[in-house]
Design a protein around this ligand. Structure first.
Ligand code: KIV
Ligand code: ZN
Length: 390
């Protein structure tokens, strides 16, 4: 049986760019958009066109440039927003308007001083208006994570009737547990009339570190689009990380779900976005962190040198990392030292290794990490005759 496709909706240039200090200019956004297109994302959320003339220009230029992906512009459920977004994206090969409104009781009461009935009317009007400009209209129910499921189903049903093609169910505050978020998707799948005419989309924030888990739970329960950002960048604790969801689906084939992402570009894309946004990637970040395929303890190193799969669940080359690294520290063992010494040209016998290892440990207790130059120094100072294989 063929795998079901999960669409990747990248919002690095919209939700990701909302982070203080991460603002990009149009030129930088174009370079990133081109790379996202090459990476194979299905939808690029290029920005929020009404928010500023600069954002309008960026969305418009991205719409002109992108060859494969759908280009999407965000709006509130406000006529002027929709008109401006429609203008910005109209040149795209496949344009999408992403419109919506807060649906939780807290948003309805405090943000809008409104009622559930009036919110449904505004949502329907916004979707119908967006539909007069483009065929592809995505509706977001902001704070859906804390919205009552019965009301959420009612508003979803109403916007599908008005022409929505995608229903975005954001866990805006990153509050849901994976079971809860998955159950929400299942509830909508089972209780919304017309749901077969729309795609359910996961949009999860990471306030409790659950954005990736919630998105995966969402697709296991019927959603077929994930909204995410490169490196998980985004407001507060960030959004779902693109590279994580893509590799989770790929490494768990029995889920029968996959994306069209060219995973070999993940590492390079991560570095490109990090550099352009001036936002470093934490070393222990899953998939793309500098330590994601680095082994430093003796037991792990010994295993990886014998057989990579002992301590790695994916091939680094699949995400564009050339090879696993064996990092030498005072916790490393003989196998790792021999391996690294061999890489730079020293073939050590067992006896020679014993001698060199003693000096290595003394050196390593004084230094955080032993580099190739240090190995040369240690070997040469060991005063033994070593066969160089270089
Ligand atoms: O987190 C959220 O609710 C959003 C919407 C505007 C889609 O980003
Ligand atoms: Zn968001």
């Amino acid at each position: 049986m063929g795998k079901d496709k999960v669409q990747i909706f990248d919002t690095t240039l919209r939700d990701g760019e909302q982070v203080p200090g991460c603002k990009l200019d149009t030129k930088q956004k174009l370079v990133i958009a081109e790379r996202l297109d090459e990476l194979g994302v299905d939808i690029i959320e290029a920005g929020f066109p009404i928010s500023s003339p600069g954002d309008f220009k960026s969305v418009h230029e991205i719409a002109k440039l992108v060859k494969n992906a759908t280009v999407c512009g965000l709006t509130r459920a406000v006529k002027k927003d929709i008109e401006v977004a429609a203008e910005a994206i109209k040149i795209a090969k496949t344009p999408r308007i992403h419109t919506g409104i807060g649906t939780s009781d807290s948003h309805i009461k405090y943000k809008f001083n409104s009622t559930r009935e009036r919110i449904i009317e505004r949502a329907v009007d916004a979707v119908a208006y967006a539909k007069s400009f483009v065929e592809d209209v995505e509706f977001y129910a902001e704070d859906a994570g804390r919205t009552d499921n019965v009301f959420l189903a009612q508003i979803c049903e109403a916007v599908i009737k008005a022409g929505a093609t995608v229903l975005n169910i954001p866990d805006t505050t990153g509050y849901c547990l994976p079971e809860e978020y998955g159950a929400k998707m299942k509830y909508l799948k089972e209780n919304v009339t017309g749901i077969d005419r729309a795609i359910l989309s996961c949009h999860c924030h990471n306030d409790l570190g659950l954005a990736t888990a919630n998105s995966i739970s969402g697709v296991i329960n019927g959603a077929r689009q994930i909204e995410c950002t490169v490196n998980g960048i985004g407001e507060r604790a960030g959004n779902t990380s693109l590279e994580e969801v893509v590799m989770i689906l790929r490494q768990h084939p029995y889920l029968n779900l996959d994306t069209d992402i060219n995973s070999k570009l993940l590492f390079d894309t991560s570095r490109m976005v990090s550099q352009k946004m001036g936002m470093p990637v934490q070393p222990n970040k899953a998939i793309v962190g500098s330590n994601a395929f680095a082994h430093s303890s003796g037991i792990h190193q010994d295993g990886v040198i014998k057989q990579r799969e002992t301590y790695e669940i994916m091939d680094p080359e699949d995400v564009g990392v050339t090879e696993s690294s064996i990092v030498l520290t005072a916790r490393s063992g003989r196998a790792a030292l021999a391996y690294r010494a061999k890489n730079i040209g020293y073939e050590l016998t067992k006896l020679q290794l014993d001698v060199v290892y003693e000096s290595f440990l003394e050196f390593a207790d004084r230094k955080k990490e032993i580099l190739d130059d240090d190995i040369h120094q240690i070997v040469e100072a060991s005063n033994i005759s070593i066969k160089s294989i270089a």
